[in-house]
Structure formats: C-alpha cells, structure tokens
Design a protein. Structure first.
Length: 174
C-alpha cells in the first residue's frame, strides 16, 4: 500500500506520495514506483496495485477526457480491459486502489468502487497511512513551513507508524 496526500495552499495544489512498494503481507519490494502521474491537465496519485498506476500512462490512457466524470469512466474501462478488477457478488470493485486527482481548480478522490468525491477541505489522503496523514496534516496546518515541507513532514510522521509507507517522498506542484 501507500500514502498519498493532496493539499491546497491558496490557489496552488500539491500532491505528495511515499515511495514504498509492499506486498499484502507487508514485505517491501525493491522496486522504484512513481505514484504521481501528470496527464495533460490531470495530476493523478494512486495507492494500491502498482499495475493500476502503470495503466495511467500514455499508452493505456492516451487522451484524458475533458470532464472529470468521463475520466472516472475511462479509468474504469481501462482497468477493466486490463483485467485488474475483481467481480464480487455485490458488483464490480477495484480492490485496494484509490486515487487523488487534481484537475483544473479542484481536487477529487476516486475510491475503490469508483465513487468520485470532490474534496471540500484543504487536504485529503488515501492509502494505508490515511488516518496518520489526516492527523499529521491537521497538526501541521498551523506550522510556518512551505507547503512542500508540510507534506514531507506529514509523510515522515506516517512512515514512523505505518509499516507500508516509506521514503523516498515525492511532492508535485499543480
């Protein structure tokens, strides 16, 4: 799993991620994983399956749509076509994958069942370190640090308490 944090400071958005790749059993994989991808006007962060993140590249998702709602459907079709969905008795779900999407002047979450939520506050988090990230960001909000330093500090806190979240950390500005 992972931890990604989306943050809005003034009119600028930031997306931060850890760099760990772990198995469901908690084993650390010695691979490089880029969890933040820029596609046109979209800045996308993912947690969960590394394969799902790979499907966000230009080959698999060549032209991101103009409407965020259409992006969700394109993402779902892309992942379905690649065979990365599991169908349960309750419907089709994307297990252990979530996304933070920054698009134009808004920040969204796309959760495991493809629900699309606009983020109403200044920050959100996804992945296995979500609870620690929310707590860290709440406390860090009032510190006199740059947005990037706040995000790195929050991910450092998450890394101390969540075994599946590790450096290196990356921060991308939108």
């Amino acid at each position: 799993m992972s931890c990604l944090i989306g943050y809005k400071a003034g009119n600028t958005f930031y997306l931060a991620s850890d760099g760990a790749a772990t198995t469901e059993e908690g084993d650390i994989r010695p691979i490089l994983v880029k969890k933040i991808i820029r596609r046109g006007e979209y800045l996308i962060g993912f947690s969960g399956s590394v394969r799902t993140g790979q499907l966000l590249n230009e080959y698999y998702l060549p032209d991101p749509p103009e409407m965020i709602e259409d992006f969700v459907e394109a993402l779902k079709m892309n992942i379905t076509d690649a065979g990365c969905l599991i169908t349960s008795e309750y419907g089709t779900v994307l297990t252990q994958n979530s996304f933070i999407v920054i698009y134009r002047d808004k920040m969204y979450e796309i959760l495991s069942d493809f629900q699309l939520n606009e983020v109403g506050g200044d920050f959100t988090a996804i992945g296995s370190g979500t609870a620690y990230a929310y707590g860290a960001m709440q406390v860090i909000q009032d510190l006199d640090l740059s947005p990037s330093d706040k995000l790195i500090k929050a991910l450092d806190v998450v890394s101390k308490f969540q075994a599946t979240v590790r450096p290196p950390h990356e921060v991308v500005k939108y």
